[in-house]
Design a protein. Structure first.
Lengths: 115, 130
């Protein structure tokens, strides 16, 4: 193994460790919250970090075996946070907001807009 | 292994390290920033720049045609779907009052939302904050 390959392995291992640490920090955010929207956003970042981690692994072993997994995560990773934002986070609405029976706003509220 | 191939390998490893560093900075930002919108600002880092740097690094290390196509597709879909989710989350965050008002200098959206459809000012039902 030449010297440059050793350098490559050190760089890739450092990158993998960084991504693992980043994933741990993001999971702390998922656990802490405080609102469901924070968790939704943190789960988005989690999906991005999964893609990055699989990418580092593929670069390390030089195979493309897990590329379809990366593709699917990139394609479907956002559905979870969209679902949370649309249907779950509407529940913890701040109490001083107008009641939904009031006159309509210029854009509708989160429950009924953009269908 | 020729010199150019070795150079591409090392450049790819450096790009991967840069992408991982950007991802780590974004994760630290998600942990430390105060409210939903600023956390979303930090969350964009790993989703766009970190992701693209990592994909470029992988492309430099694999260097075969079909793998490059798959990597391009991964980056395309990530850039396509990330803003959709971020937009929805930020929109719901604004409308449910999870916005840190003390950091805002202007709030033009609130004016527009609390102005009724006929132009009358119905400011009493603006988002007063959490």
């Amino acid at each position: 193994m030449s010297g440059a390959e050793v350098v490559d392995r050190v760089l890739l291992t450092t990158a993998g460790v960084m991504i693992l640490v980043a994933g741990a920090l993001v999971l702390i955010r998922v656990a802490r919250g405080p609102s469901m929207l924070d968790r939704a956003m943190a789960l988005d970042v989690c999906a991005a970090l999964m893609i990055a981690g699989i990418g580092v692994r593929s670069a390390f072993t030089r195979d493309a075996y897990y590329f379809p997994v990366m593709l699917v995560v990139a394609f479907l990773g956002f559905t979870g946070s969209v679902g949370i934002a649309r249907f779950i986070a509407v529940r913890d609405r701040a109490p001083d907001l107008p009641d939904p029976d009031g006159p309509p706003r210029a854009g509708a509220g989160p429950g009924e807009a953009g269908r | 292994m020729s010199g150019w191939a070795q150079a591409a390998d090392t450049a790819g490893a450096v790009l991967l390290l840069l992408g991982a560093a950007v991802s780590l900075l974004g994760a630290i930002g998600m942990l430390r920033l105060p409210d939903v919108l600023s956390r979303g600002h930090a969350a964009t880092n790993p989703q766009s720049l970190g992701m693209l740097l990592v994909l470029a690094g992988v492309a430099l290390r694999l260097r075969s045609g079909i793998d490059l196509g798959t990597l391009g597709l991964i980056g395309f879909f990530q850039l396509l779907t990330g803003p959709v989710a971020a937009h929805l989350v930020a929109r719901v965050a604004y409308r449910t009052g999870h916005v840190g008002r003390e950091g805002l200098l202007f709030d033009e959206l609130d004016e527009q939302l609390s102005r009724g459809p006929d132009g009358t000012d119905t400011a009493a039902r603006g988002d007063a904050g959490p």
